[in-house]
Design a binder for this molecule. Structure first.
Ligand code: SAH
Length: 345
């Protein structure tokens, strides 16, 4: 694979362009073109510079392979990377803007029992430019007279962002840069299964994104049953890291809790969750489990989800049942890619 131009910050792009003997305004033209989701070969720059760049850099690191449109307005994408790997993404349309869900790895090695992204293990990390290009191409598809393009980003596609910390932090720097696409850190959420030391590093990065923890259980024992990462880090350690995150960023953190019938969705679990989280500057997002056909776990009924939320609220924990979007197009992480790969075989 060639190098990826979108990996570079604006300063690095400037250096590259001047190193190739081109005028500084070319770097600006180039950055503008990339931001619009264009291939290098499509950007209107000096032909000699274009040739020098395409010889060394991927012309199109992320290509939209397929778009599925849901009846609720959300869109799911299959992207093809330059090496042929497939990743997926979603754009969810809300009143306040368009939220894009990006992938950070091809596959995942975390092994959570309910998730489709991890079924084939980790294939490779994405580079920061491959993560950023997902945003560039989707933004370009939606930024027009009628729409505002991508306004919010969630790192909740396939992959564990904190298992690819270096590239993910470069992505966060470049996507929030003023001379780039300039999406505010407040509009970005990073979701992790709980890699504790990296939560501390994220807090120290100086980019105060919203931290989201995939908790899904109320005890370490329960967590170990469904999330192998729990063999390494306890809930107490995660909560300690969350407190540090709050101290450093002033941002309230969020817990994701997928309701699985017979596993974590009873009143007793809601009460345990209250005991665990009471007094913390946090919010709980209750998710209806998207049933994955390769897994046997079953979703809790809607009524049970609302009851669970009501118990939490009564116990002083702010909670919402997350509106489920795009279920008709393969909502849960990894489902679309898994289906696509299976159909390829
Ligand atoms: N690896 C990161 C981010 C990707 S997953 C993490 O673990 O947080 C985004 C969210 O979807 C996580 O909360 C994850 O636990 C949840 N998720 C995965 N598979 C799911 C499924 N089948 N149904 C509901 N939620 C699921």
């Amino acid at each position: 694979m060639k190098k990826i131009l979108q990996d570079l910050s604006f300063e690095q792009l400037n250096e590259l362009v001047s190193g190739l003997g081109a005028k500084p305004f070319r770097a600006k033209q180039l950055a503008e073109g990339l931001k619009k989701g264009k291939k290098i070969s499509e950007i209107n720059i000096d032909p000699a510079l274009k040739q020098a760049l395409t010889a060394e850099y991927e012309d199109e690191p992320v290509r939209v392979e397929k778009v599925l449109r849901s009846a609720d307005g959300s869109e799911k994408y299959l992207f093809r990377l330059a090496d042929g790997n497939i990743i997926e993404g979603v754009l969810m349309k809300y009143k306040y803007g368009n939220t894009q869900c990006v992938s950070t790895q091809v596959g995942c090695r975390m092994g959570c029992k309910f998730c489709a992204s991890t079924l084939g293990g980790l294939v490779r990390n994405l580079t920061s430019g491959e993560i950023l290009s997902q945003v560039y191409v989707v933004n370009a598809m939606h930024q027009n007279g009628r729409e505002r393009g991508v306004t919010n980003i969630v790192l909740m596609g396939s992959g564990e962002p904190l298992d690819n910390f270096c590239e993910v932090s470069a992505f966060l720097k470049n996507v929030t840069a003023e001379d780039g696409i300039n999406i505010s850190a407040r509009n970005i959420s990073l979701s992790t299964c709980g890699i504790v030391p990296k939560i501390y590093e994220l807090a120290d990065l100086g980019i105060p994104v919203n931290l989201t923890i995939s908790l899904h259980q109320t005890t370490d024992e329960g967590r170990r049953r469904t999330m192998p990462v729990a063999n390494k880090y306890t809930i107490a350690e995660i909560l300690g890291a969350c407190s540090y995150y709050f101290e450093k960023t002033g941002r309230r953190y969020i817990f994701e809790y997928s309701l699985i019938a017979g596993e974590n969705a009873d009143k007793k679990h809601a009460e345990e969750l209250i005991a665990l989280l009471k007094g913390r500057p946090c919010h709980v997002n209750l998710i209806r489990l998207n049933e994955v056909k390769e897994r046997s776990l079953k979703a809790a009924a809607d009524a049970q989800a609302y009851k669970f939320a009501a118990v939490l609220e009564k116990g002083g924990i702010s909670a919402t049942v997350r509106r489920s979007v795009g279920a008709d197009i393969g909502g849960a992480c990894g489902q679309l890619r898994a289906g696509y790969l299976a159909q390829d075989d």
